[in-house]
Unconditional design. Structure first.
Ligand SMILES: [Zn+2]
Length: 99
């Protein structure tokens, strides 16, 4: 499996997480649920070949300076890194690792 459901997810916790080979962090998504009004993603529910929409844009700032950006689409178990990523897999599409 390439994505997993978080256990005992409370409001404000990610619903699903996956490991990112580009930046080395785990990324999480929220899905629509009662009581949560923040941004949500659509997930096809396939733990082995996940597809997530829209893109996932993870940034780290130091004050107003962008230290790190990981911006990707997850499609059919692969992760496609967009051209604005700041890590080594920028512009590449790779398999998501098993989790
Ligand atoms: Zn990443």
């Amino acid at each position: 499996m390439k994505i997993r459901a978080t256990e005992n997810a409370r409001i404000g916790d990610y619903d699903y997480v996956f490991d990112c080979p580009g930046c080395g962090y785990s990324h999480g998504i929220f899905i629509k649920k009662e009581g949560y009004s923040g941004p949500t993603w659509e997930f096809n529910g396939d733990m082995d070949k996940p597809t997530i929409n829209p893109s996932i844009n993870h940034t780290m700032m130091s004050g107003k300076v962008l230290m790190h950006r990981c911006h990707s689409f997850v499609k059919n178990g692969k992760i496609q890194y967009l051209s604005d990523c700041t890590h080594k897999l920028v512009g590449q599409t790779v398999e998501l690792p098993e989790i």
